[in-house]
Design a protein around this ligand. Structure first.
Ligand code: FAD
Length: 806
């Protein structure tokens, strides 16, 4: 065992080895992977090996697609033989909502670049003569995916990595990890210690235990999953081609050929549970099965027999039962762990064979180049905070497993694991009909239901549409109030605070106390890492706000940009303040009834802040800024006191027709103002120039990413954000819809909404820069429907900003 390495990867399953191979391909070969048993002796050894392309997320599709492209090439690339079965796949569709989803995914297939078709029941029978088509509307057919022996691809990638110079140390257990004062990591193993710059937790079923050594919370559950394989069947022996892998929501199972028999793997829709009673596996657990529970599976196996009667015609030859890691949202964890640099997560995969190659490729890019070519936000481990504890993780992971073949409509969330973080207004808002969504553990209102009817989730507009129209109307015509306590909030203070923020922010900092600016933190290559609002409280004290989901991500960005010994303190004050957004033409009158502060324009201008007393509550920070484009204030109130301020504002607002509004209305209102959203329009895939945000750059000073931003400006953007009006039917753009100019695919939407005040369905899309000019005619395919679109001037609402400055 060497004593120093650039990178140590803990765990030799398909995820760890996939990363090792791609780090080596990127030129990092001073890497050692340490495995306690043999390679693939964890979950990887018994996986069924399916590699589907069908996926509702563009970024995950890119990960999957890469695997289906690499695996058939691996034998040639590495000399290790591979059993790739390019049999394709059929995802069965039963309901109208599944159909809409399939059409959405079809758009994604165009963007990701794989061939897919939606086929009807007759065609299904032709492609798969042994499938019963009862209850089916259609199927989503993929042609270039299939299945593979997991050990083959893992060993092939290991061979490829070794040939490039990377090291693998088998039969050696990692027993501890600690951070050294030098900032390096010391990895203790049974064969001695290794000091490294980067350490990667790829420990599969043990990743939470390995994480706990350094205080990292790794939200995974090890769930018991089975598949069964029948004896060979004459019909399949005689069949000249291999049947596609079928994914059937009726039996909640995958069904495919294996050794001329039928392989069926159900994701039980109830009764799923953790392995080993929720405890981690024993350290000597290796290439073993977990005790099977065949009786419990019978209802799903019977339904699978109804779907494919051939399955019931042969005896079961083998039962495979093992642990699958599931995260609360079903997406693996890949990226930096929160806290000190260079501890990386690469674990929690529940479809790890399909994902191992792509996940490794993109994490390797991130580690080597500082960022990946795709948006990694979905995989970033920092999307979970300390609130994602054991009970939450188990409940949501089980829910995720049980819904493997369920069609989640936009906005639909797990009903379990809720109520973790609440603002002090939660009960008041619940009584007012708030329909809450969970965001970074918080319960945040999306819209208010007058009759208490919960949201009917759909890909189309549903029962929220009418109430949201009224919420938007209140904000545009009268006054609205929103609880946006979920903001991530930080205080940056100390003698060096101003200099430090000036260095890390692309925009000019506020020059006076009470000044507010919107600004961005960029990568060294000029890509957008974070968006923050900075308020200067004093020359050496700043109040920073960013997106709820970015709380840990942005804290890391702030901390990691701090120079050694820089006299700056960074405090996360998220939970200290609740936030009320009061917005609309009557906001001044309503707020004026509860405070003695002079709210007139000369005393309190747009983009300024002051501290004062509101409704008798002292220490309220009033920021004249909002994301909806109206006269208004954000009131940052000590969390416990918020109900008092809320009630006073609601009472004062009553004669003005005040109305509560939620994030659905906010999204519609911000689209009318063409305000970009972090994670949607603003990602590490684009520069500020490409996002059309040049007015937020101060080229007259130095800042991280400046040279690259100048290059982006001088050489011209590779892509440009266009603002579209789209002639949709009843379904607005959600993001990830393909954009065409004639027959040519020219872009992708990033988000959209119906703008009630302007009477248009609006969307943002990244397109070929030549096509971003107002007046350009384009087509957006919205869930299969080609919709005429036109690039329009930004913004659609109040372009002169008169209302904000009113
Ligand atoms: C029955 C079944 C069917 C499945 N079917 C599919 C499928 O069809 N398609 C698909 O994509 N996925 C499938 N999966 C899921 C897939 O198996 C997993 O997602 C994948 O194997 C996870 O890979 P991994 O590298 O994260 O974990 P693992 O393969 O478990 O690898 C982790 C490794 O880390 C090692 N390790 C842990 N701690 C230490 C330590 N302290 N020191 C050294 N080494 C350590 C372990 O020994 C292990 O080898 C299936 C899973 C099961 C159980």
């Amino acid at each position: 065992m060497k004593s120093h390495a650039r990178v140590v990867i803990v765990g030799g399953g398909v995820m760890g080895v996939g990363l090792l191979y791609h780090l080596a391909l990127e030129g990092w070969t001073d890497v050692v992977l340490i495995e306690k048993g043999e390679l693939t002796s964890g979950s990887t050894w018994h996986a069924a090996g399916q590699c589907p392309q069908f996926n509702g997320s563009l970024n995950i599709s890119k990960v999957h697609l890469y695997g289906t492209q690499l695996y058939p090439q691996l034998a040639k690339l590495t000399g290790h033989s591979i059993s790739w079965h390019p049999c394709g796949g059929l995802r069965l569709i039963r309901t109208e909502e599944e159909m809409r989803w399939a059409r959405h995914v079809h758009g994604i297939s165009r963007l990701a670049g794989y061939e897919a078709h939606i086929v009807g029941p007759q065609e299904i029978r032709r492609i798969h003569p042994y499938l019963e088509t009862f209850g089916l509307k259609a199927a989503f057919l993929t042609l270039t995916d299939g299945h593979v022996a997991p050990a083959d691809v893992t060993h092939a990638m290991a061979t490829g990595a070794r040939a490039l110079g990377a090291g693998i140390c088998r039969r050696t257990r990692v027993t501890g990890i600690r951070r050294l004062d030098s900032g390096e990591w010391e990895v203790a193993t049974e064969a001695g210690n290794v000091v490294c710059e980067h350490v990667v937790n790829s420990a599969g079923s043990y990743c939470d235990v390995v994480g706990s050594w350094t205080g990292h919370n790794v939200p995974i559950s090890n769930l018991l999953h089975h598949y069964v394989i029948t004896e060979p069947l004459k019909e399949l022996i005689e069949l000249e081609r291999e049947l596609p892998v079928v994914r059937d929501p009726y039996s909640s199972a995958y069904l495919r050929e294996e050794g001329n028999g039928v392989l069926v793997g159900p994701y039980e829709t109830e009764g799923a549970h953790e392995c080993w009673g929720g405890a981690p596996p024993a350290w000597n657990f290796e290439s073993e099965l977990v005790a099977p529970e065949l009786d419990r599976l019978m209802p799903w196996l019977e339904m699978a027999t109804e779907r494919m009667p051939l399955f019931g015609q042969a005896g079961i030859k083998s039962v495979i039962s093992g642990a699958i890691t599931h995260t609360p949202d079903g997406v693996y964890l890949s990226g930096p762990a929160p806290g000190p640099r260079n501890y990386w997560m690469h674990c929690g995969a529940s479809i790890g064979v399909a994902q191992g190659a792509g996940a490794g490729k993109y994490l390797a890019q991130w580690m080597v180049h500082g960022q990946a070519e795709i948006n990694m936000r979905e995989f970033d481990p920092r999307r979970f905070g300390p609130w994602a504890g054991r009970d939450y993780t188990t409940a949501t992971a089980i829910e995720d497993y049980q819904h493997m073949y369920y069609c989640y409509c936009p906005g639909e969330q797990h009903p379990v694991g809720r109520g973790l973080r609440k603002s002090s207004l939660y009960e008041d808002l619940a009584r007012a009909g708030a329909q809450f969504a969970q965001v970074f553990g918080w319960e945040r209102p999306r819209w208010y239901s007058a009759d208490g009817e919960a949201e009917r989730y759909s890909w189309a507009r549903s029962n929220w549409f009418g109430p949201v129209r009224e919420e938007c109307r209140a904000v545009r015509e009268r006054v609205g109030l929103m609880d946006l306590s979920t903001f991530a909030k930080y205080e940056v203070s100390g003698a060096g605070a101003g200099r430090y923020l000036d260095r890390i922010c692309a925009n000019r900092l506020p020059q006076k106390d009470g000044g507010i600016v919107l600004t961005h933190l960029l990568t060294a290559d000029g890509f957008i890492e974070s968006e923050i609002t900075v308020t200067r409280l004093a020359p050496d004290r700043y109040y920073l706000l960013s997106a709820a989901v970015a709380q840990l991500h942005d804290l890391d960005q702030l901390r990691n940009r701090l120079g050694p010994g820089e006299p700056v303190r960074i405090a996360d004050v998220t939970d200290d303040y609740g936030v009320l957004v009061l917005a609309g033409p009557r906001a001044r009158e309503v707020l004026g009834a509860s405070t003695a502060l002079d709210l007139g324009n000369p005393a309190f201008r747009w983009l300024t802040a002051r501290e004062g007393t509101v409704a008798g509550v002292e220490g309220v920070r009033l920021l004249r800024v909002n994301y909806v484009g109206e006269l208004g204030w954000e009131l940052h109130v000590p969390m416990a006191q918020m109900p008092r301020v809320y009630r006073a504002l609601m009472a004062a607002g009553e004669p003005h027709g005040i109305r509560l509004f939620g994030t659905y209305a906010m999204n519609s209102l911000r689209m009318e103002k063409a305000y970009r959203a972090w994670g949607g329009e603003l990602t590490t895939e684009v520069t500020l120039v490409e996002a059309g945000m040049e007015r937020f750059i101060d080229f007259g000073k130095e800042f991280i990413g400046k040279a690259a931003t100048e290059r982006s400006r001088d050489q011209g953007p590779r892509t440009l954000l266009a603002y579209l009006e789209v002639a949709v039917g009843e379904e607005d753009c959600l993001g990830n819809e393909p954009v065409y100019c004639g027959e040519a695919l020219v872009g992708v939407t990033t988000g959209g909404a119906f703008g009630f005040a302007v009477g248009k369905s609006l969307a943002f899309a990244y397109v070929d820069p030549k096509l971003a000019r107002p007046g350009t005619a384009l087509t957006v395919v919205v869930r299969g429907e080609p919709c005429r679109a036109r690039v329009i001037e930004q913004p659609a609402w109040d372009p002169a900003k008169q209302r904000l400055r009113a």
